[in-house]
Design a protein around this ligand. Sequence first.
Ligand code: THU
Length: 143
Amino acid sequence: MSAQKKTALPAGFEELWKAATAARNHSHSPYSKAKVGAAIRTTDGRVFAGCNVENASYGGTVCAERGAVQTAVAALGKIQLKEVLVITDATPPWPPCGFCRQVIAEFATEETLVHACNTQGECKTLPFSELFPNAFTPTHLEK
Ligand code: THU
């Protein structure tokens, strides 16, 4: 992963950053105390956000990235992901967990960009194909 500052990132990044940060402020994380926000941009330019929502039955926890994807599908039905941004206060920034990578894979292309950021402004960006190589995707189920 290459480290870069928020100011060096592409146009439209600020919108994604703000959406993820606003959602992060709503994080329900009384157990881990880790506040996570995510925002996705679809290939048709729509932005959706999510935050982690923990549960007293810990396995019921849903990550921020999966929340954002769920919201986008509920709103649009069919989506393709152009970019995903996840933000925590951690150093180094947290990339999407394995479970979230699999969910992102359902709607990603090899070029989908994934930005792992922290509140200090550090971001590490990778194309999805590098973040999650050899992913099991819907194409494997095509007959
Ligand atoms: N978490 C996310 O929201 N996204 C990830 O990709 C990694 C983990 C959340 C789940 C849990 O609420 C907390 O971070 C600690 O694992």
